[in-house]
Design a protein around this ligand. Structure first.
Ligand SMILES: C[S@@+](CC[C@H](N)C(=O)[O-])C[C@H]1O[C@@H](n2cnc3c(N)ncnc32)[C@H](O)[C@@H]1O
Length: 234
């Protein structure tokens, strides 16, 4: 993303502020996506990840119904709403209202919460987005296993809510791709992994894109050779 070159802002270390929060603040002040989000009225810079993925892969087609998991503070839902799409979102945290969107508060891993979500969705959707992330422990293996578990729960949910031919975009951490791919392939005609330019270089996040859900029993065999599954290049 290009932005007129501006002098890098430095943050003076306040006595009460930890080095980590000073670094965070400095990064925010110098991040073009943060500035753009402020100018364009998005609640978070993450809007640009979905925007960039959509520009390349065309997920947010007109008239689509969307389920947005891990919706807070709401920038993905905002983008969908700006495209005129109908959204039902879920998060552990409340999301401030957005016209055209409905939000539930709860833990996606809870069966009752999924039941309430299904009720709110009231029919199948065309797109399931998941930007949910389990709290990072700093232990790579634990974080990867948690991401895999969450992704598998989202994939199981797509069987219930996605219409045939629907798509999903699920956030993972690097290293979780093989397990996620194995779980996604019986369900989707195409599976690929994307890292949009808005993802920070130092971040371990990567998104799995599943296209064209078969809306059948996922135990039936996959339609894509796993070995032919190339990662996306930006
Ligand atoms: C990176 S933020 C999402 C940002 C959002 N896509 C946006 O653009 O504004 C991740 C969100 O996932 C939520 N989350 C994590 N685990 C969850 C769970 N098990 N159930 C529901 N929400 C969850 C967190 O509360 C957090 O708000």
């Amino acid at each position: 993303m290009s932005r007129a070159r501006q002098p890098k802002q430095r943050v003076r270390t306040a006595r009460q502020r930890s080095n980590a929060s000073t670094r965070w603040l400095q990064r925010q002040l110098n991040d073009p996506y943060v500035h753009r989000a402020k100018t364009e009225g998005y609640r978070a810079r993450s809007a640009y990840k979905l925007l960039e993925i959509d520009a390349k892969h065309g997920l947010l087609g007109p008239g689509r119904r969307v389920c947005d998991l891990g919706a807070a503070p709401g920038s993905w839902s905002q983008l969908c709403a700006r495209r005129g799409l109908e959204v039902v979102g879920l998060d552990l945290l409340p999301v401030d209202p957005i016209a055209g969107c409905r939000f539930l508060v709860g833990d996606f891993r809870d069966d009752d919460v999924q039941g309430a979500l299904l009720k709110a969705l009231d029919g199948r959707v065309d797109l399931v987005l998941s930007d949910m992330a389990a709290d990072a422990t700093g232990q790579r293996i634990v974080d990867r296993l948690r991401a895999e578990e969450l992704a598998e729960a989202v994939l199981a949910f797509t069987d219930t809510v996605l219409r045939a031919g629907g798509d999903t975009l699920i956030k993972l951490v690097r290293g979780a791709e093989p397990a996620a791919r194995a779980a996604a392939l019986p369900r989707f005609a195409q599976v690929q992994f994307v890292r949009p330019p808005a993802t920070r270089k130092e971040s371990s996040e990567i998104f799995m894109l599943g296209r064209r859900h078969n809306a059948r029993d996922p135990s039936s065999s996959g339609r894509q050779d796993p070995m032919s599954n190339e990662n996306d290049r930006w």
